[in-house]
Design a protein around this ligand. Structure first.
Ligand SMILES: [Zn+2]
Length: 194
């Protein structure tokens, strides 16, 4: 077996060295006052693992993320940010939904497919490739307070679009497998919780 975090021979899917390298990032408050809880910092093994989930169907990582996040979250319906059809068809996995499904099962809360799945993802310059358009279409009205789920928060732009679409008064918090916002253009606006 090969460690999915460093691709060296290992007895488990994530070797000991990679496992101890997985760090939780500090909770953040996104612009608009919405709380962001992430499982891991988007570096090293965590970045390779989420890449495996997105492009190689490594849904096992979704399980690991869900087990990490579930105890940290309030009991509220989970709303995954859908992957565009073009990418879903190509890679056969919808990462945020895989994570949300597992958190829902652990915490015994509902999963609500609130957003309409876009046909194509917007390709943007500047590294946030393959992300959804800046606006997300709502399929059904939000059922009270919800938690929005995504695989990686890169610049925070997609997450903010999702929050705005649902209404920030309805969003209890946002949840991500990996947090890369420290390296994003939004970093100046992202405040660490004191
Ligand atoms: Zn490893």
């Amino acid at each position: 077996m090969v460690c999915q975090g460093c691709f060296t021979p290992a007895e488990t899917l994530v070797c000991r060295q990679c496992r101890v390298s997985l760090r939780p990032p500090p909770e953040k408050i996104l612009p608009g006052g919405v709380r962001l809880v992430s499982a891991f910092e988007h570096t090293g093994a965590a970045a390779r693992l989420v890449h495996g989930l997105k492009y190689r169907g490594l849904v096992w990582y979704a399980e690991m993320v869900a087990e990490t996040l579930a105890p940290l979250l309030p009991r509220a319906p989970l709303v995954p940010i859908p992957r565009a059809w073009s990418r879903f068809a190509r890679y056969g996995v919808d990462p945020a939904r895989e994570i949300a499904l597992r958190i829902a099962r652990i915490n015994r809360v509902a999963l609500v497919d609130l957003f309409r799945r876009p046909i194509h993802s917007a390709r943007r310059a500047g590294g946030d490739h393959g992300r959804l358009p800046a606006s997300l279409a709502i399929r059904t009205p939000a059922p009270g307070g919800v938690l929005i789920v995504d695989d990686v928060v890169t610049t925070g732009a997609t997450m903010l679009a999702a929050v705005n679409a649902v209404g920030s008064d309805r969003v209890i918090g946002v949840v991500a497998a990996n947090d890369a916002t420290a390296r994003s253009t939004l970093a100046g606006n992202v405040l660490q919780r004191s």
